[in-house]
Design a protein around this ligand. Structure first.
Ligand SMILES: *[C@@H]1O[C@H](CO)[C@@H](O)[C@H](O)[C@H]1NC(C)=O
Ligand SMILES: *[C@@H]1O[C@H](CO)[C@@H](O)[C@H](O)[C@H]1NC(C)=O
Length: 173
């Protein structure tokens, strides 16, 4: 059974082994685990949502604590969270599908896949970067809010903006 816990900007995918050994879904165990998790480490997570999926069915979905420390609005199973780095898991799953369907390899160059004119700010990235470099986060693109939080961004514009980011490290360093 996979339990997905969504907390603020941090999203954790957990396979709870202790839970998956029991055939029945044990709500008390889940509550205990999650309440411990909320309190752990930083105490900066005001709340979270969790759901459990078994054999393709949602067997449980609930919210814990609050989504806003000012209003104390409770988290429910309808609360929306920023997807944040969860998008990486989706991107990786889609990439695996592409590798299979289009018979690509991890060593396929991005320049063979991306539209004509796509470039990174450093020539060697544009010329030699591969799918492996992309998926292992090795393209040197710095963290930036201009792409992440721009609601008007289209795929085309996002691709064009990459060239303006100076790599934070040298190619494959
Ligand atoms: C979502 O929350 C509502 C209200 O508490 C509850 O009735 C419903 O069963 C929950 N959904 C799931 C899939 O657990
Ligand atoms: C979360 O809610 C539970 C139950 O209401 C409470 O005992 C706990 O102190 C709360 N945790 C945090 C970190 O606010």
């Amino acid at each position: 059974m996979v339990v997905v816990v969504t907390a603020g900007l941090c999203i954790i995918l957990l396979t709870l082994c202790t839970l998956s050994h029991t055939s029945e879904f044990d709500r008390t165990k889940v509550d205990g685990f999650i309440n411990g998790f909320i309190g752990c480490r930083t105490n900066k997570n005001p709340g979270l949502a969790a759901s459990a999926v078994k054999d393709g069915h949602v067997v449980f979905a609930d919210g814990y604590n609050v989504s806003d420390t000012m209003t104390r609005r409770p988290v429910t199973n309808q609360t929306l969270f920023g997807i944040a780095s969860m998008s990486k898991a989706f991107a990786a799953a889609l990439m695996v599908k592409q590798l299979r369907d289009r018979k690509l390899s991890l060593h396929t160059k991005l320049s063979d896949l991306l539209p004509e004119g796509f470039q990174f700010s450093a020539r060697e990235f544009t010329q030699y970067a591969t799918i492996r470099d992309l998926m292992t986060h090795c393209l040197g693109v710095p963290p930036n809010q201009m792409i992440r939080l721009d609601k008007t961004l289209t795929r085309k514009k996002a691709a064009r903006r990459i060239r303006y980011f100076r790599p934070v490290h040298k190619f494959r360093h």
